[in-house]
Design a protein around this ligand. Sequence first.
Ligand SMILES: Cc1ncc(COP(=O)(O)O)c(C=O)c1O
Length: 467
Amino acid sequence: MTIDATNVKPTVAPTVPGNSDASRDVASYLHPYTNLVTHEKTGPHIITGGHGIYVTDDYGRDLIEGMAGLWCTSLGFDEKRLVDAATKQLNTLPYYHTFASKSTNPAIDLAEKLLEIVPVPMSKVFFANSGSEATDSAVKMVWYYHNAIGQPEKKKIISRKKGYHGVTVASASMTGLPGNHKLFDLPIDRILHTETPHYWREAQPGEEEEDFATRLAEQLEDLIQAEGPETVGAFIAEPIMGAGGVLVPPRTYFEKIQEVLKRYDVLFIADEVICGFGRTGRMFATETFRLKPDMITIAKQLSSAYQPISALFINDKIYQAVKKGSDEIGVFGHGFTYSGHPVAAAVALETIKVYEDDGIIDHVRDVMSPFQKRLKALNKFEHIGETRGRGLIGAFELVADKCAKTPFEPYGAAGKAVAAICLEHGVILRALGDTVAFCPPLIITEEQIHDMFDKVEAALTEWHSSL
Ligand SMILES: Cc1ncc(COP(=O)(O)O)c(C=O)c1O
């Protein structure tokens, strides 16, 4: 079945000439993750304010932010405690760096707090500003570590097809999506991709979920053996794959993958940039999926996105080697001007306190069951092939033929069309190809969950009848 992509209504009226905000945007701003030709025709969708789980656009519409922005505004759009924490820190010390042993109290307090709540033994926390910088720092740490311990060959990093780890040169290379590689001359060498753990789409006919997990672990082992275990330094994985389509690992997957990593002395990096801080019903998905990573990356819900900040946890084995290496060459030559920025650190610390004081993780556990039930109920629609999710993250995948799992053509047009109709019904969702994702603020109430799904069902009914 073919979708007419030209039928998709633009988000807003086409750009009007003159001095409107829309035309000024088109004239001056290069938008990330945007089709630049389409953007010149449709113009931007301008968001002007926010409260609770809602954002307001320049048409004055209140929209449910069903994606918490980009999987990040966990506490919604008007958490006063975070505004106050930022204001207080701006009035005290708006900036100082942490190079060459300088420090600030917010950076110290946050590092200490993170080590207190992380569920596996970790030794130190390194701060950066974005998820990409955190995963990029993890790559450099893998290389530095193996040089420092006298294994300079052990540098290759394995990630997964459809994995998402960011857009800087090394992190985009680990990202397993063609749109992040084409025309950019990526991936760089030493980055490899293994199979996607998507049971519904990738399993062989008749293959049980646990057998599928076994096969993927065997494929990883085959890849390590083919490359030479002495050349493979690390494996990186999101506990639940986000941007690749909200893919929840099949039962026993991580158990089996971790056995392989252990067998070949391959470091494990858990990329918790989306899953960290309550998304799966626990503070870290490392607990949800019983992971034993050597490094963990976090960002997004670390500060509820009120300030850009990310972090990389490293365990003591890595820290001791990095410490020795830095002494031999005189410096640990890595860090950003804004590493441990005091305002961002103060906001992140306050965010974690709000999670604790307001029982946000317990709240997620209460509301995730109605959320998952309503998500699953979308299977009744003729063109929804699969619904999937965990905690307060989920998605549905649109297909032309449910039984044969045949995709629509062209791929991505159906997802775009459905997300656009959902917007007209008052809900912002994100189309990832023909998968439409939900990742609402963690503060969403049960009543708001029902309201969001009622609107999405109305949108899906309208879209089905238009086919
Ligand atoms: C799992 C994961 N890692 C890394 C990143 C990159 O984060 P950023 O966009 O802050 O660079 C993302 C962004 O969505 C992500 O989902």
